[in-house]
Write a protein that binds this ligand. Structure first.
Ligand SMILES: NC(=O)C1=CN([C@@H]2O[C@H](COP(=O)(O)OP(=O)(O)OC[C@H]3O[C@@H](n4cnc5c(N)ncnc54)[C@H](OP(=O)(O)O)[C@@H]3O)[C@@H](O)[C@H]2O)C=CC1
Ligand SMILES: Nc1nc(=O)c2c([nH]1)NC[C@@H]1CN(c3ccc(C(=O)N[C@@H](CCC(=O)O)C(=O)O)cc3)C=[N+]21
Length: 299
């Protein structure tokens, strides 16, 4: 029987632990963890995610603040907002929703966030700590951290002897995911658009992680029988069967055909997505503990 990894349930248990940690911090006389989410422009999908993040932050007992800048906001305006959040004593975590509108450069914005408030784990200090094997004092990018918890459900925390393929090499996901797998002793390959024969690389993989942004790209004949498949892709595709103009979410993996070959597979929706939001809350409560000088929980 194939295991369908229930990201929603696992995320709920992370959220429960985060809520307990936030409550105990507050009852020890510290203020609530504070999360600021910054969004620029009016992309509907981004607003949906940001809304979900703000709601979840409130549910965890955080002080949750959303800053919405207009689509025409300037680089200086955005940098000034981040600078004010950096010195705001009520804010432990800052997340700038990506992608930004085309006229804005995300890199200087991300690098201007204080590393200890960078709950997305994208600052070079946090990326560098992960790359050098320090998983304890920095903040780790939410989606790979969440995907790793799903892998742990299947294999535990030691991946010695297992081959892993990560398809995608972004700073937001592919690179940090590869670092986490490597740190857990997997033998890691990173595939991307210039890789020669991805299906052949995939057939070697005990753990296959797909983060490309191409609907249902990974087919069942790519899989090593018994592999664990983590589908990170979030693709909106038309779903005329649901009515005119309707869409549905699919991953980067052809779920139905792969489910019959894999040992375990994470679905979309209900897999990695809910874990991303849960790990954002986890990073925020960790950052709040560190700022308060209290030993931080781990997840
Ligand atoms: N569930 C969640 O919480 C999250 C989901 N996502 C989803 O994950 C996916 C990837 O996100 P992200 O990493 O930000 O995306 P990017 O667009 O930054 O990166 C995509 C990667 O896929 C590679 N790629 C593109 N086309 C191919 C191809 N035909 N064959 C092999 N590799 C290819 C690119 O290669 P190259 O570098 O050569 O261009 C690149 O490395 C998206 O669907 C996104 O929506 C992202 C973040 C969070
Ligand atoms: N700075 C930054 N950090 C991010 O982490 C970040 C970002 N920008 N920009 C966009 C991507 C995408 N992302 C998702 C988060 C949750 C779901 C999620 O909860 N998905 C649900 C479905 C939600 C729905 O139905 O629309 C699921 O997969 O079950 C998906 C995608 C975070 N991202």
């Amino acid at each position: 029987m194939t295991i369908v990894i229930d990201g929603k349930a696992i995320a709920a248990s992370v959220i429960e632990a985060v809520t307990v940690a936030a409550t105990s911090l507050e009852s020890a006389g510290h203020r609530k963890p504070g999360l600021a989410v910054v969004i620029v422009g009016d992309d509907p999908a981004s607003h949906t995610y940001v809304g979900a993040k703000s709601r979840m932050a409130k549910q965890c007992g955080f002080n949750s603040i959303q800053h919405t800048l207009s689509a025409g906001a300037s680089q200086d305006e955005l940098m000034a907002l981040v600078a004010s959040l950096n010195i705001d004593p009520d804010i432990d975590g800052i997340l700038v929703q990506l992608p930004l509108p085309k006229h804005l450069d995300s890199e200087p914005v991300i690098q201007s966030i204080l590393p200890e408030k960078d709950v997305d784990g994208l600052h070079i200090v946090n990326a560098g700590k992960l790359a050098t094997g320090d998983l304890k004092t920095g903040l780790i990018s939410c989606t790979p951290a969440g995907a790793m918890i799903l892998v742990r459900e299947i294999y535990g925390s030691d991946l010695s002897g297992l081959n892993a393929l990560v398809i995608g090499r972004s700073n937001l996901f592919g690179k940090p995911m590869a670092q986490l797998l490597l740190n857990a002793n997997a033998t890691v390959t990173i595939g991307h658009s210039r890789s020669r024969d991805l299906p052949a690389l995939a057939r070697q993989a005990d753990i296959l992680v797909a983060a490309v942004g191409r609907p249902q790209m990974v087919k069942s004949d790519w899989l090593k029988p018994g592999a664990t498949v983590i589908d990170v892709g979030i693709n909106r595709v038309d779903a005329p069967e649901k009515g005119e103009g309707k869409f549905k979410l699919v991953g980067d993996v052809s779920f139905d055909e792969c489910a019959s070959v894999a040992k375990a597979i994470s679905p979309v929706p209900g897999g990695v997505g809910p874990m991303t939001i849960a790990m954002l809350m986890a990073n925020t409560v960790i950052a709040a503990h560190r700022r308060a000088g209290v030993a931080a929980p781990s997840f």
